[in-house]
Design a binder for this molecule. Structure first.
Ligand code: EPZ
Length: 422
């Protein structure tokens, strides 16, 4: 087990290169299973979730080569074992994104009921129901889904999701691109990571259009070719570093991120008192004046305020003058980090499992804290950066899942943080 030791109180400043988006690259790796030709991905982050996905795809029989730097080449010539190991799925929910492409290309796959972050039940019923509409036979036995496509392949269908689901949308698209006929997805997700996946699939020969508000139409084709695709920057990592700079009274130049992907984050942080200045050299972020202002935030599917911003922004709100309300509408159990923030001195009233009130500014003090999940992990690092004194943060492996060498990037901005073996 490893821990972070952080001593707060240093204003962070400098440039930081934002890595490729975790929630895009995992799906792009799965998309490579749709063709027997080589697929090259650039700007692939060095995070443990990519490592797990790489192991899973190698177990299936695909060739996944990680060149130096941020390059990855995948050749899914054949699937020797269309089976996703329980351990992988327990550690990473995104392994379920292999359902669609494996059914589309090979006609069968066995994969576990995914685990993933401890942020609520996170069922996959919408994925299963949608693929059954496309003709798949999916049964669930002893922790595993056994899925098979019809002998003559999946067929296009009209899928209307009752609630917006990012990976549900992606699983359907990854199945529909090789299905017979047309698939229409209504109430589809609009995240930038989904759009980047659509762009990659089009470069492989897929026929996909967003034809109306939250509607995607896919015309199935016989086969797809290889491609080379650069993964977009991770808006969640960008938000984390923006908060790190602002909450410590510094400023940061974010490179490798498209500012338009941060819309709802910039709007909410603008109300709190952060300034975002897009420039040739990147996106410059700083707190306009020393006193941050309280505000209310409510999470929603993109382009709304992303649920993944909710935990990091709560650190900002502990330093904002007044009382803020956070309302989490996507997941039913994504506020565990507030308990740890309270132990560091934050004034937090948990109204219910989805709502909390934060009153600031509160002086935070160092503490020994434990990370419950990935985005909360980064949040506790942010809190330790602003706290007086030293904090010890346990559960660093959660942070490594989604952040590439977070402590090295923070040290480059002036932070006092180190990783120790517990
Ligand atoms: C993706 O998860 C992201 N993960 C999450 O980021 C992100 O928080 C989430 O989208 C919401 O934006 C990846 O892309 C790998 P959903 P996903 O399906 O697709 C319910 C991170 O920190 N639902 O959009 O699994 C679900 O319970 C991760 O990087 C069903 O009921 O989320 C939730 O309440 C955490 N049945 C809501 O829909 C289903 O079959 C939205 O979930 C599927 C989802």
């Amino acid at each position: 087990m490893q821990k972070f030791v952080v001593t707060g109180g240093v204003p962070l400043s400098g440039k930081v290169q934002i890595a490729g988006a975790k929630n895009a690259v995992l799906k792009m790796m799965a998309a490579a299973a749709l063709t027997d030709e080589p697929v090259t991905l650039r700007n692939v982050p060095r995070i443990s979730d990519v490592k797990i996905m790489r192991e899973v795809m190698s177990d299936i029989g695909f060739e996944v080569r990680r060149a130096d730097g941020d390059l990855m080449e995948i050749t899914a010539a054949r699937a020797t074992w269309p089976f996703i190991p329980l351990e992988a799925a327990r550690r990473m929910r995104a392994s379920f994104i292999l359902l669609g492409p494996m059914l589309a290309r090979f006609g069968r796959v066995i994969l576990p009921n995914p685990g993933g972050d401890r942020i609520g039940r996170r069922p996959v019923d919408l994925h299963v129901a949608a693929l059954e509409q496309m003709g798949a036979e999916i049964s669930y036995r002893n922790g595993y889904y056994y899925a098979a496509a019809p002998a003559d392949g999946l067929r296009g269908a009209r899928i209307a999701f009752p609630t917006v689901t990012v990976m549900g949308t992606e699983n359907v698209v990854l199945a529909a691109v090789l299905a017979r006929g047309t698939t229409i997805v209504d109430n589809a997700a609009l995240e930038p990571e989904v759009d980047d996946l659509l762009a990659m699939l089009r470069s492989m020969g897929a026929r996909i259009e967003r034809t109306a508000e939250r509607r995607i139409e896919i015309e199935g084709v016989e086969r797809l070719g290889g491609t080379a695709h650069t993964v977009l920057g991770d808006r969640l990592e960008a938000a984390t570093f923006a908060i790190a700079a602002a909450v410590t009274g510094g400023e940061v130049m974010l490179r490798g991120i498209d500012p338009t992907h941060l819309g709802s984050f910039r709007e909410a942080c603008g109300r709190i008192g952060l300034s975002f200045e897009p420039g040739a050299d990147g996106l410059r972020v700083l707190a306009l004046d020393r006193e941050l202002r309280a505000t209310d935030v409510e999470t929603a599917p993109y382009p709304g305020f992303a649920t993944d911003y909710q935990a990091p922004v709560s650190v900002l709100l502990t330093q904002a003058a007044g009382t803020s309300t956070i309302h989490e509408t996507i997941f039913e159990d994504r506020m565990d980090h507030l308990r740890e923030l309270a132990r560091m001195g934050a004034a937090i009233e948990q109204v219910d499992e989805r709502t909390a009130r934060i009153t600031g500014p509160a002086r935070l003090h160092g503490a020994e804290v434990v990370i419950p999940d990935l985005r909360a992990g980064a949040t506790l690092v942010l809190a330790a950066l602003v706290a007086d004194g030293t904090s010890v943060i346990d559960g660093v492996e959660h942070v490594d899942r989604g952040y590439e060498q977070i402590e090295a990037k923070l040290v480059a901005l002036g932070a006092r943080i180190s990783r120790i073996e517990a």
